[in-house]
Design a protein. Sequence first.
Length: 385
Amino acid sequence: MLTPLLRSSVVKPHHQSLIGTSDAMQPVLADIESSARSGAKVLITGETGVGKEVVARTVHQRSARQAAPFVTINCAGVPDSLLESELFGHTRGSFTGAVRDNPGLLRQADGGTVFLDEVGEMSLRMQALLLRFLETGEIQTIGAVTASSKIDVRVITATNRNLLEAATAREFREDLYYRLNVFEIRVPPLRGRPSDIPMLLEYYLRWFGEQHRQGPLAVSEAAMDRLTSYAWPGNVRELRNVVERLVLRVQGPTIEPDALPIEIASYVPAAQEGPIHAREAVSHKARVDGLIERLGQKESFWTSAYPAFMARDITRDDMRLIVRSGLEQTHGSYRLLVGLFNMPADDYKRFLSFLKQHDCNLPFQRFRSGAKISQPVRPGMAKIA
């Protein structure tokens, strides 16, 4: 028996509106409408992957600024040394590498909205610069000799951190927090709105089916039960990635439980387990095991473990565990590990740089033994899975 999926209009992801009609989403939808009617600053909070940028874009699209630019920047994805330049702009020759004038993202959003994602990751210095802009509306271009200029832009920010706790720990400016938090929208995690999962599945199955030119897929009742009971620690972003893999891998017309990733297929619902910390531990371990299994199924490190780490769905210790599982097979050879994790050989330096930058590299000596490996352990990786 197949579980019917709810019908909803399919739109392009960059124009996507929020998908969901659950009780948990009703306050979010109401807050979007209220904030869209004003020009007040909005702080969007919620776990990683819940769709905070979609909320920000929806507020902009329903506001009086909808015809003006919507500019977004991930504050965690830009080094602090470049973030000031990206936001406020610079003149040619103002620093090494400044080969041309850059107006800055705030000027580009003049009359519209700028969305600062992961604002909690800003350094204290950048927080001070942002606070000054919010108080005066003035922009001082790096290297400019002329006076600062004023712009009209609405600022929407988002974070997965508790900024009040960060302010108490003196990691975030309390005065900036109150400047940003004029209107707060809290987005619930996907596990808090399971009735929306069928609708999200339908949307992404259609979208990725069109993108990859695959035929329509149905979801069996048993598979739907697993998908709706799963805790989704990566939220909507994780669901989106899972659906894309299913579209690419499932050959038949129906998705059955055995086609689901191991972390979903082996998940035990809360009602069948013990204390909440035990449930979370089991789910998290299954997630890491699932990433290792994907590497064993010839999926590249850059499309599996790397994005999960950068999205903070897995921890530094989890990444070390993944690296350790490979080094045990290559007897400590990072060069062979590149092939084992399905990366081209010339990614060797990039891979080592990533591990060193995030303190995920392990001493190779502990994995050395008398055995010699002349060829990489080819993915199929029965041992690693």
